[in-house]
Design a binder for this molecule. Structure first.
Ligand code: BGC
Length: 727
């Protein structure tokens, strides 16, 4: 009896708290809307329109008489970009705008750590506020469709579920700091070649199942405050004036109430863009800001009746709503922010550590027994190259950046002979929008190789820091091939012949063909671009102070020809049109379904320790559409070191009226375990999330029948498959 009363009281209390919360939320919303309406009423048409376009590269005008300050936008996704000049693309040359630089997108995704991703969001929010920014232009979440896309390093993954989870964590955290995120680039912006004009077509199913879920989650789950419209065309119309994307999907389906802004110089019309839901025109390449599409021409369009003033009011309301939610209009109560604190730097370090993926460790060369070594050869241009300042709009001016050579020298210089050799030579530098830096990149410099071989020969072990740089991984152009550039394959082969104890560390943000070194080298580590703490992180993982726990957020194919975009002849398109013919079979969905063996599968990553996974079972055998499937399992660290494993749950539907991928990621959890430790883990999937996009009814559909839940440590290493029925 007493039990019943306590439980009942608890429930009533909970309901009460929920109700009060809901009430005060809707009261807040109502007050905000009232405030917006009252401001809009006081504005002239000219004032309204002044809020709908930039007054310089990254600012929007103030309206002083109404207490509306200038609105400050800034790149970007892994740090707050250095201050730019107001009216050109040069840096302003400030002395105090250096910041914390995190590892870019693919590295963030490789951590598979939602908490760490949220921590990054908090830090970026703090630093953006310190720099007095109102909107931080990121995260960039376009699907990694082609291995060659120049911006892959900035994006997250080939998998929409992983992207959605990370995006929601990042945005929610960032926006608690009174800064708006801007999820970009909406939508289907999956290559840089011809990005300003390429016309993308794909099925509705591919759009909704693969290319949109990240954006949907950003809007509906994370309540992102701004969305950036992409450069490209989609089904014939530019994204920024695309009725389907801007109105039907973003506004009507996702109920987006924030600001839909153009990418920089991505607006192409006044009336069409205004009607398609675009709110804010940014970066247009005309020095007279009054001539922009959403400036005088918009005023004229209203006066001529081509755009109703209510449409303009709706846009102004969206801008004001974002301003109010981020306290732009209430500066006294707003977060002031902080920059370059020890905590921020520690987080940049941890993010780099957790992103590092151990691909191969056949002879257990790693972790390196540093105290037993007398000499180490450090080879490769990437041992000394700093990467934070490259890649174009996401480039960062970091407070500092530690290279691998600096890190090993600082940490072990007293106890070890460090024998450095450059090994290969970066050929040239690209100009903006040109891939010049990639030309001649197959040149083999035997002089540098011979020097490297000599250093490797006289050292106990050799570490080659190979991979790419921002001549390859960059906005505004794609890669011209997927090979290791600058004769690195030959370099690595020669160094390994000279010293079989050679470890290769790949620094790159997108897939590379590694088959040429795979047979020769027994230890390969993928370290991405690691941000300002890159060198410290990689050296600590190599030396065993930290353990590798990253997992690939992308597939590494054997060759470019395996990749669906290239295999089907749909990259980079013809006559400025590209059809995504592979449809929903992107990334591992393609390799699995078509039974193509990649070199390293999606989700893959080794550890210094070993794990045993057992008892994987679902809570029931039959589920209703409204149920949640819980799969419980036990994981034990059976090795000698602490380590982390990412448990991955994939689902498949063997019999269905439409083609379903062989498996699709539906849940994951990163589990940290001390040596010998064991934990029970529950992975949950809502049955609704097993749906496919039914084109006939333009809606999601769960088709009853058998589903199989595959528990694994990558998309290929499945330890347990459990069958269940959906009614
Ligand atoms: C990029 C955006 C970036 C903007 C502002 C554009 O070229 O595509 O991602 O935010 O420039 O720098």
């Amino acid at each position: 009896m007493l039990n019943f009363n306590i439980n009942a009281m608890k429930k009533i209390l909970l309901l009460f708290v929920l109700l009060v919360g809901l009430l005060s939320f809707s009261q807040n919303e109502a007050t905000t809307e009232k405030r917006i309406q009252s401001l809009v009423k006081k504005m002239t048409l000219q004032e309204k329109v002044s809020l709908l376009h930039g007054n310089s590269k990254f600012y929007v005008s103030d309206i002083k008489r109404l207490g509306i300050p200038e609105w400050a936008l800034s790149d970007g996704p892994h740090g707050v970009r250095a201050e730019m000049n107001r009216h050109n693309w040069q840096y302003a040359g400030w002395k105090d705008d250096a910041v914390t630089c995190f590892p870019p997108g693919t590295a963030m995704a490789a951590t598979w750590n939602l908490d760490l991703t949220a921590q990054r969001g908090y830090v970026l929010g703090e630093e953006a506020r310190f720099r007095k920014k109102d909107v931080l232009l990121g995260p960039g979440i376009n699907i990694i469709r082609s291995p060659l896309c120049g911006r892959n390093f900035e994006y997250l993954s080939e998998d929409p579920f992983l992207i959605s989870q990370l995006t929601v964590s990042y945005i929610k955290a960032l926006q608690t700091k009174d800064v708006a995120a801007s999820v970009k680039h909406f939508a289907a912006n999956n290559q840089e070649d011809n990005r300003f004009v390429i016309d993308v077509t794909m099925s509705d199913r591919a759009l909704h199942e693969i290319y949109l879920p990240g954006f949907k989650a950003a809007v509906m789950d994370a309540k992102v405050l701004t969305v950036m419209g992409a450069y490209n065309k989609f089904r014939g119309d530019y994204c920024t004036e695309n009725m389907l994307l801007g109105r039907t999907i973003l506004r009507d389906l996702y109920q987006f109430k924030g600001v839909y802004m153009s990418d920089w110089d991505a607006t192409h019309s006044t009336v069409n863009a205004a009607l398609a839901g675009l709110d804010l025109e940014m970066g247009t390449n005309k020095t007279n800001y009054n001539e922009w599409y959403f400036a005088d021409p918009l005023i004229k369009a209203v006066q001529e009746g081509k755009v109703k003033e209510s449409v303009v009011d709706e846009k102004v309301a969206n801008v004001l709503r974002v301003m109010i939610k981020t306290k732009v209009l209430d500066p006294k109560t707003r977060i002031k922010g902080s920059v370059n604190t020890k905590e921020h730097q520690a987080l940049a370090y941890q993010s780099a550590v957790e992103s590092i993926v151990l691909l191969k460790n056949e002879n257990q060369l790693l972790p390196l027994p540093m105290n037993a070594l007398k000499s180490v050869a450090v080879i490769g241009d990437n041992a000394t190259r700093k990467h934070c300042g490259g890649g174009l709009s996401s480039e960062i001016k970091p407070l500092y950046e530690i290279t691998p050579l600096e890190a090993i020298t600082n940490k072990f210089g007293n106890q070890l002979q460090i024998n450095y050799a450059q090994g290969y030579n970066k050929q040239s530098s690209p100009g903006e929008g040109s891939n010049k830096g990639q030309l001649n990149s197959d040149f083999v410099d035997w002089k540098l190789i011979d020097e490297a071989v000599a250093q490797a020969k006289k050292s106990d072990v050799a570490i080659v820091f190979a991979g790419l740089n921002h001549d390859f991984d960059s906005e505004s152009f794609d890669r011209i091939h997927m090979r290791l550039p600058y004769g690195q394959e030959t370099l690595i082969q020669e160094v390994t012949k000279a010293n079989p104890k050679t470890i290769v560390v790949i620094i790159a943000g997108s897939p590379l063909e590694l088959s040429g070194i795979q047979t020769r080298v027994s230890s390969i580590v993928w370290a991405w671009y690691g941000g300002m703490e890159a060198g410290n992180a990689v050296m600590d993982v190599l030396s065993g102070k930290q353990y590798p726990s990253g997992k690939l957020p992308i597939t590494l194919p054997v060759s470019l020809q395996q990749s669906p975009d290239v295999a089907l002849g749909n990259y980079p398109g013809r006559n400025l049109k590209v059809k995504y013919e592979e449809d929903i079979l992107v990334g591992y969905r393609w390799y699995d379904t078509k039974k193509i063996e990649p070199l390293y599968p999606f989700g893959f990553g080794l550890s210094y320790t070993s794990f045993a996974i057992s008892n994987g079972a679902t809570d029931k055998k039959t589920f209703d559409v409204n149920d949640t499937v819980t799969l419980k399992c036990t994981i034990k660290n059976t090795g000698k070191f602490e380590g982390a494993e990412v448990l991955q749950l994939y689902a498949s539907q063997p019999v269905c009226s439409v083609l379903r991928p062989q498996k699709e990621l539906k849940a994951f959890e990163k589990v940290v375990l001390k040596a010998g430790e064991q934990k029970e883990v529950s992975l949950k999937v809502k049955v609704k999330d097993l749906a496919f996009y039914d084109e006939k009814n333009a809606n999601w559909k769960v088709e009853p029948g058998e589903f199989i839940f595959h528990l694994g440590t990558s998309s290929k290493e499945i330890v347990n498959s459990v069958s269940a029925q959906v009614k």
